[in-house]
Ligand binder design. Structure first.
Ligand SMILES: Cc1ncc(COP(=O)(O)O)c(C=O)c1O
Length: 371
C-alpha cells in the first residue's frame, strides 16, 4: 500500500527539473549568493503579481511579520488585534517587541477572524490589526478596512497561507498597509528552504524593511538601528522565480482538488466542509474539515493506519499556549474548532485515484463510528 502524505512536492520538482537546474547552475556560476541579481528581480515580479509598489525579500514569513510590525512602530505596551486560530509566528513578533496580542474569536465557517467582534476590542492602545488569511481563505476584509479607516489603525496582513488569493478581485497582501508572505516549502509558492517577503504600497514601510533586513543600515557599515540578518538567499530567489509563473495554475488545481473533495464528501454525516463566499477566491493551502461528535482523533488515527497523512492545524489555539496563558482569554469558537479540525491531503497534482482512496477511507471510518 503506497502512502498518501498530506503534501508532496515530487510531481512539481519532476515537472520543473530542467528549469530549476538551470536556475541553480546560473546562481552557482554568478557566485553572488547574497543579494544577487535574482533577489531584486524576484521582488519586482512579486510586486507586479500582487499589484503593490514595493516587495522586500526576507528570510522567512516570521521575519516579515516582525519587520512589518517594526516598520509600523509597534513597541512596548502596544496592542495588536489578531486571530488566535493561527500559527504562533503571527503573534511572536508582537510579543518580541513588547506588544500585547489581543485575540478575537473566529467565524466557525471560515476559520478566520469574526469581523463582527473586532470593533469592541479596539482601545486607545490598539496600534495594528493582523488579519490572517488562514488555509488560503481570505478574511472578510471590507469590515477590517472600514475599522482601519475609522480609527486610523494600520493593517498588516498575514498572507503566509494565501499567496494568490483574492478578495473582491484584489490580491490579498495588497489590501492593508503591508502584507507578510512566507515561502516555507509547503506554502502555495514554496521555496526549497526558508523564505519570506514584506509587500507594501508605503514608501516608509518599504525603506524601513530594507534597512532592518541588513542590520539596520541604509548604507553598509553605517548602522542606524538594531536590525536583523534577514535576507532571502539568491538561490531561493532564483528557484522561486522559476515557480512564480506557475502559481495561478497550481492554485486553480488546488481549487479543483477541493471541489472534488467537497463533491465526494458532501453526503458524509458528521463532517462540515469548507465553503467559499462568491466575492473571494480561496487558494486552498489546506482543505480542512470539521469532524463532529468527538471523532476527529479517531478518524486521524484510522487514516494513519491506512497510510493516509492528515494534520491538525492547530491543536492548541495561540491564546492557550503556555506563553499566553497569563492573559486568561477564553474564545469558545476557536477552542471548539481546535478540537474538530482535520486537514486532508492537498497539493496541486494530487491524483483523482489518491483522492478517491482518501475519501473512501474517511467515509468508512465515519460510517462505522456512527452505527
Ligand atoms: C499563518 C502563518 N503565519 C506566519 C508563518 C511564518 O512563516 P515562516 O515559516 O516562513 O516563518 C506561517 C508559516 O509557517 C503561517 O502559517
Amino acid at each position: 500500500m503506497t502512502e498518501i502524505p498530506i503534501f508532496d512536492t515530487t510531481d512539481e520538482v519532476n515537472a520543473l527539473w530542467n528549469e530549476l537546474n538551470s536556475a541553480f547552475q546560473q546562481t552557482m556560476r554568478d557566485g553572488r549568493f547574497i543579494m544577487g541579481e535574482a533577489v531584486p528581480r524576484f521582488e519586482q515580479e512579486v510586486a507586479s503579481y500582487l499589484g503593490v509598489r514595493h516587495a522586500v525579500a526576507l528570510n522567512s514569513g516570521t521575519d516579515a511579520l516582525m519587520i512589518g510590525l517594526r516598520a509600523l512602530g509597534i513597541s512596548l505596551g502596544d496592542e495588536v488585534i489578531t486571530s488566535s486560530f493561527t500559527f504562533f509566528a503571527t503573534t511572536e513578533g508582537i510579543s518580541a517587541l513588547g506588544g500585547v496580542p489581543v485575540f478575537v474569536d473566529i467565524d466557525p465557517r471560515t476559520f478566520t477572524l469574526d469581523v463582527t467582534r473586532l470593533e469592541s476590542t479596539i482601545t486607545p492602545r490598539t496600534k495594528a490589526i493582523i488579519p490572517v488569511h488562514l488555509f488560503g481563505h481570505p478574511v472578510e476584509m471590507d469590515a477590517v478596512l472600514d475599522l482601519s479607516k475609522k480609527y486610523g489603525i494600520p493593517i498588516l496582513e498575514d498572507v503566509a497561507q494565501a499567496f494568490g488569493a483574492t478578495y473582491r478581485g484584489r490580491k490579498v497582501g495588497s489590501l492593508g498597509i503591508c502584507g507578510a508572505l512566507s515561502f516555507f516549502p509547503s506554502k502555495n509558492l514554496g521555496a526549497y528552504g526558508d523564505g519570506g517577503m514584506l509587500v507594501t504600497n508605503d514608501d516608509h514601510v518599504a525603506e524601513t524593511a530594507r534597512m532592518l533586513r541588513v542590520h539596520g543600515a541604509k548604507k553598509k557599515y553605517y548602522n542606524e538601528v538594531l536590525g536583523y540578518n534577514s535576507r532571502l538567499d539568491t538561490l531561493q530567489a532564483a528557484l522561486l522565480r522559476v515557480k512564480l509563473p506557475y502559481v495561478d495554475t497550481w492554485n486553480q488545481q488546488r481549487r479543483e482538488v477541493a471541489a472534488r473533495y467537497t463533491d465526494m464528501l458532501s453526503d458524509v454525516r458528521g463532517l462540515t466542509l469548507p465553503t467559499v463566499p462568491a466575492h473571494m477566491q480561496h487558494v486552498f493551502h489546506q482543505y480542512t474539515v470539521r469532524v463532529e461528535n468527538g471523532l476527529r482523533d479517531e478518524l486521524q488515527h484510522r487514516l494513519k493506519e491506512q497510510g493516509i497523512g492528515t494534520m491538525v492545524y492547530y491543536p492548541v489555539p495561540v491564546h492557550q499556549l503556555p506563553i499566553y496563558q497569563h492573559l486568561n482569554v477564553q474564545l469558545p469558537i476557536c477552542e471548539r474548532t481546535a478540537s474538530e479540525v482535520l486537514s486532508l491531503p492537498m497539493w496541486p497534482q494530487l491524483s483523482i485515484e489518491k483522492q478517491v482512496r482518501v475519501v473512501e477511507a474517511v467515509k468508512e471510518v465515519m460510517k462505522q463510528a456512527q452505527v
